[in-house]
Design a protein around this ligand. Structure first.
Ligand code: ZN
Length: 285
């Protein structure tokens, strides 16, 4: 049985989402010797944002940018020769992502949740949908036969936030226009990324134009160290399986004593194979 940490491919909407949403697990898996990479749906190679992305990925150890090359829904000049991602033919978007999945051959894929994360940006929502489709299509030999040899990732994780942490996040970053979060019981993995927090923050701040225009990297640039830790030191994920997991059976002892649920298991890495009760600590494949 192999004990290596699984290879990881992140798929995110904009340059900076990889660092904000999954910078910790990207740095952690890379530090453990796993192959890691990032596909970015919007912005074209050759733009300033693509150069900032390349710097962030260098800091995270995630290789060279892999750009789908579509335009940001709100920034046409992000890819002047392309349609906005959200208006692109679905089949073409899925095909381009399938080609990257088959080329990289990840065991684990990570993307936005169904809301598109805290802000619910339409590009994030669309990236979620395209990734769910592409992860399944990548393993099927009769779909997109010109996009490489079939490869089936063993797990897809959705980066998200449990509802219970929203008040604490709001305390750090202030009241936002939209704050999407999921019921706590949907969280599969709470990953403690403190060992890689410095790398994660450096990757976020590498998106200098976002810092300058006061987007979330700019907010983070202005936070004291403890604020950065409260905002970024844990990453929460939903393991997205083709078949729903059986509902957990509540322990009668816990129910009788009225003890609060201990919350999701704390993870160190994301797991490729289905994690059992006995292998949650360490999450090795
Ligand atoms: Zn984004």
């Amino acid at each position: 049985m192999s004990t290596s940490v699984p290879s990881l491919l992140g798929v995110f909407a904009h340059p900076d989402d990889e660092s904000l949403s999954a910078g910790g697990v990207l740095a952690g898996h890379a530090a453990a010797g796993a192959r890691t990479g990032v596909v970015t749906a919007t912005w074209a190679a050759g733009t300033g944002r693509a150069a900032e992305l390349a710097e962030a990925l260098r800091i995270l150890g995630a290789g060279e940018p892999r750009m789908l090359g579509f335009a940001d829904a709100r920034v046409p000049q992000s890819a002047p020769d392309s349609v906005p991602f959200i208006e692109a033919p679905l089949d073409e978007a899925v095909r381009r992502l399938v080609a990257h999945i088959r080329d990289f051959r990840p065991e684990v894929v990570v993307t936005h949740d169904a809301y598109g994360g805290l802000p619910g940006h339409p590009d994030h929502v669309h990236t979620h949908r395209v990734t769910v489709l592409a992860v399944q299509a990548a393993g099927l030999d009769q779909l997109y036969p010109d996009a490489g040899e079939p490869w089936q990732p063993s797990a897809l994780y959705l980066a998200t936030h449990p509802r219970s942490v929203v008040p604490a996040l709001t305390e750090v970053v202030g009241v936002r226009k939209a704050v999407y979060s999921v019921p706590d019981e949907q969280i599969t993995a709470a990953v403690d990324v403190r060992p890689w927090l410095e790398q994660k923050v450096a990757a976020v701040l590498a998106h200098r134009s976002e810092v300058e225009r006061g987007a979330m990297p700019g907010v983070i640039a202005g936070l004291p160290a403890d604020g950065r830790e409260r905002l970024l030191a844990t990453e929460w994920y939903i393991r997205h399986s083709p078949a729903p997991a059986p509902a957990p059976v509540p322990s009668p002892v816990v129910a009788a004593q009225g003890v609060d649920s201990p919350g999701p298991a704390r993870w160190t890495f994301l797991a490729g194979t289905e994690p059992g009760e006995d292998n949650r600590e360490g999450l090795r494949r």
